[in-house]
Design a protein. Structure first.
Length: 203
């Protein structure tokens, strides 16, 4: 259930506000949080190679294990522990920046372990954004839906990888992942996620 900060209460509000908070550069506004979410989704796309996997004799194409996503973000220092990273991934899941595969009905909570997920196509992300545009709550600052709408909009402002002129998700070296007013696809000698310089994510 998506609720406003006032409905969450002080303890839960603090937890919600800190989920995308970086120890060096705080992401305090909905725009900063949404852009950080989009950057995390971008990092996952750049770091993980989806492949065919089998569960209970059923084959699934172009997916990845939840544990791989968690370990990737932990390895980059983008979470205090597995639970913290799983909570971040749950927000990505509810925003529509990752999608469930092996358990398609689990659309609210990311399950660390062997559950399978995939990266949505551009048109799916656009559909999720269009759906939020019709949701009055998504216009209210301080709500999860508003942050998710910013994350989706930020993601959509990166050219579709199907375009000849697009920067593909695997080309991390062409994009600086710093908190920004608007996303930028400019070459940069260093790479940042939520204000922290990290190593090259992909060749």
């Amino acid at each position: 259930t998506l609720v406003t900060k006032s409905e969450l209460g002080s303890d839960h509000t603090l937890k919600y506000e800190s989920q995308w908070q970086d120890s060096k550069v705080g992401n305090s506004t909905d725009v900063e949080k949404g852009q950080a979410m989009a950057d995390i989704a971008y990092v996952l796309r750049a770091s993980i190679t989806p492949r065919q996997r089998t569960r209970m004799a059923q084959s699934y194409a172009d997916c990845f294990e939840a544990s791989e996503a968690v370990e990737t973000l932990l390895g980059l220092g983008l979470g205090a522990n597995r639970k913290d990273v799983a909570e971040k991934c749950s927000l990505l899941l509810r925003a529509g920046l990752i999608a469930p595969v092996s358990h398609p009905d689990d659309i609210a909570k990311f399950k660390d372990g062997t559950h399978l997920y995939r990266f949505p196509e551009h048109q799916e992300i656009k559909a999720a954004f269009d759906k939020l545009l019709l949701d009055d709550e998504a216009e209210v600052e301080g709500t999860e839906k508003h942050v998710c709408m910013v994350a989706l909009q930020t993601t959509l402002e990166v050219p579709d990888s199907s375009s000849k002129a697009a920067t593909t998700f695997s080309g991390v070296s062409t994009r600086s992942l710093r908190p920004r007013a608007r996303p930028s696809i400019l070459a940069a000698p260093e790479h940042y996620v939520m204000g922290v310089k990290v190593a090259e994510f992909a060749a």
